[in-house]
Design a protein around this ligand. Structure first.
Ligand SMILES: [Zn+2]
Length: 272
């Protein structure tokens, strides 16, 4: 007769072999279907929208990890995601996908930057050009041209490259929960008036809430005005309930590309 210990060993071994087999099959399947494109009703895909703030020259400049990423780390993340088959898309792509006018690759993501830092112009924009990826900068319109913030000329230059969308992060970065709905709408409309005055008319109007603070009434009012809206809640968008008035965004921080992917998988399961 088989000893109890031997039996336990065999069961553990079988479970491990099965588990490894499942993981390997999942990776093989993922690699084989990496370039497949799906419409909104075809497959439930995860679409992370990454939120960065400033991209700095070196490690010593990092004071808050959620606000600053080095140029080197940013490039590694972009390259890592690219190597893993990620496609970098714009909000226009996302809108067309939502309206069933466009298909997306199984691994698609959006790259965004809040607050309009000059470091994005100096350090991230060259990388966006190098790898030909679209990026979005959410600017605080009253702050444009201030110390450490991009100028309208830089904004125009980036927009003219065709890779950068300049969008709104309000006129003055207030806590929206302390504004009435009317004041909130006026604030965002005013910021877009300034953007259009300086950069010409914009096809898509996109807004991101300062500090991630909002009321449901504000979301509805801005949606009625035609704005795509972002939250900053560290969650991952899933195509089955993709909401352009409440797009989730997550922080890549200074994570390795592998850690970014693990976090995307974890958060997709955790916040189902
Ligand atoms: Zn902000």
């Amino acid at each position: 007769m088989m000893g109890k210990k031997t039996l336990v060993k065999r069961i553990v071994l079988t479970v491990v072999v099965l588990f490894v087999g499942i993981i390997i099959s999942m990776i093989i399947y993922d690699r084989a279907t990496i370039n497949k494109e799906y419409g909104i009703y075809e497959k439930n895909i995860q679409i992370p929208v990454f939120v960065y703030h400033d991209i700095v020259n070196e490690e010593s400049e990092i004071k808050f990890d959620y606000m600053q990423t080095t140029e080197e780390t940013f490039e590694k993340q972009i390259l890592g995601l690219k190597n893993m088959g990620y496609d970098f898309i714009s909000y226009e792509d996302l809108q067309k996908y939502k309206n069933n006018q466009k298909k997306l690759k199984k691994h698609s993501c959006v790259v965004t930057f809040d607050d309009g830092y000059e470091g994005v112009y100096e350090n991230a924009y060259p990388i966006a050009k190098k790898y030909n990826i679209p990026i979005v900068m959410y600017v605080i319109t009253d702050n444009i041209g201030m110390d450490g913030v991009i100028t309208w000329e830089q904004a125009k230059e980036m927009q003219d490259s065709g890779l950068v969308t300049i969008a709104s992060h309000s006129t003055n970065h207030p806590e929206f929960t302390s504004l009435s709905t009317k004041e909130a709408v006026e604030n965002v409309n005013k910021s877009y008036e300034l953007i259009e005055q300086n950069l010409g008319s914009q096809k898509t109007k996109i807004f991101t809430y300062p500090y991630g603070l909002y009321t449901d009434e504000q979301i509805e009012a801005l949606q009625a005005e035609g704005y795509i809206q972002n939250l900053t809640d560290n969650k991952i968008n899933k195509s089955k309930d993709l909401d352009l008035a409440r797009l989730h965004r997550c922080y890549p921080l200074s994570d390795s590309p592998a850690k970014m992917i693990l976090k995307i998988i974890y958060r997709s399961i955790r916040y189902n």
